[in-house]
Design a protein. Structure first.
Length: 309
């Protein structure tokens, strides 16, 4: 007869070893499963990373980027295909909008060109009749005719400038003396309004890159606006603070209320009801911004700023 005896200490050691092996094996299995799951998840979500990268590239200006999935029989493949189709539709819509804006600018420019000639002819005929002499009633009608045709001529000039400013490359930049252009427009204002006191102060001549014609028109619009609202005086201050050139125009009129400032810069909005076309201030601001500057209303003054470089 054989008798087997096992001590309790030996059994406990065996159980501990088995438990440690199970714990180690379980931890290894969990770690392996986690690694495999992570790799599988990365592989499965890699197309989404491409979507993110493509979206950022498109947001950065590369509008021609597309996902172009190789397989469209999976959920991600169908999503990528739908993403490309959406981008194609958006690009076509943007091209249609750009084409429509181009047609609108061309129409505006053509209309302004076509209307300027007959308006000038009507104005010249009315002025000739005034010089030859007519009856008092007819003279009053002709004066009104001259006034309205002059207003129409200004409107056509404004429309033409708006069309040119909206067109890329509408400015012809060259070294320009801001003080000289400003003094020329001030001289024209003094000739038109001899009873108006116009004061000019500022820095010595300084050349900046600008389009002289556009710059002169912007300053003429600002001075004309000041003339319409001034009681007796207009003040023009020129300066070159920091890296900008600045013309500050004020008048002794009522000024703008803070709620009217932005509205005054909208096209075809005339707040004074004094016969303005509603294009003077918008054109002046558009000219400033086309040069990289701005036109603002600060402390009762219109401040026209352009970069010096």
């Amino acid at each position: 007869m054989v008798v087997l005896e096992a001590s309790r200490a030996g059994v406990d050691d065996t159980l501990r070893r088995l438990l440690m092996l199970e714990l180690v094996g379980t931890a290894g299995a969990v770690a392996l499963a986690t690694l495999l799951f992570d790799r599988a998840a990365r592989s499965a979500l890699r197309p989404l990373d491409r979507v993110v990268e493509t979206a950022r590239a498109i947001g950065g200006g590369r509008t021609g980027e597309r996902l172009r999935p190789q397989r469209t029989d999976t959920e991600l493949g169908r999503m990528a295909e739908a993403f490309d189709e959406m981008l194609d539709s958006l690009e076509l819509a943007m091209e249609a909008v750009r084409a429509s804006e181009g047609r609108s600018r061309r129409f505006l420019a053509d209309a302004a060109h076509q209307l300027r000639t007959p308006v000038a002819g009507v104005q010249a005929s009315a002025e000739a009749l005034l010089r030859f002499g007519v009856t008092p009633d007819a003279e009053e009608l002709l004066v009104n005719l001259v006034r309205e045709t002059t207003r129409m001529g200004k409107l056509m000039t404004g429309l033409l400038r708006v069309a040119r400013l909206d067109e890329p490359g509408g400015l012809e930049l060259r070294p320009c003396d801001l003080r000289e252009v400003c003094l020329q427009e001030v001289g024209r204002l003094r000739q038109r309004a001899p009873g108006l006191r116009v004061t000019v102060t500022g820095s010595p001549p300084h050349r900046i890159p600008a389009d002289p014609a556009a710059l002169g028109e912007a300053l003429a619009n600002l001075l004309d606006n000041a003339h319409r609202h001034a009681a007796s005086q207009v003040t023009v201050v020129m300066g070159f603070p920091d890296e900008s050139a600045e013309v500050r125009i004020t008048d002794d009129g009522p000024g703008l209320h803070e709620t009217e400032v932005e509205q005054a810069f909208e096209r075809f909005v005339s707040l004074d009801r004094q016969g303005g076309s509603g294009l003077g201030l918008p054109i002046a601001r558009a000219v400033a911004r086309a040069h990289g500057g701005d036109l603002t209303y600060e402390g009762g003054a219109f401040v026209f700023r352009l970069p010096r470089r």
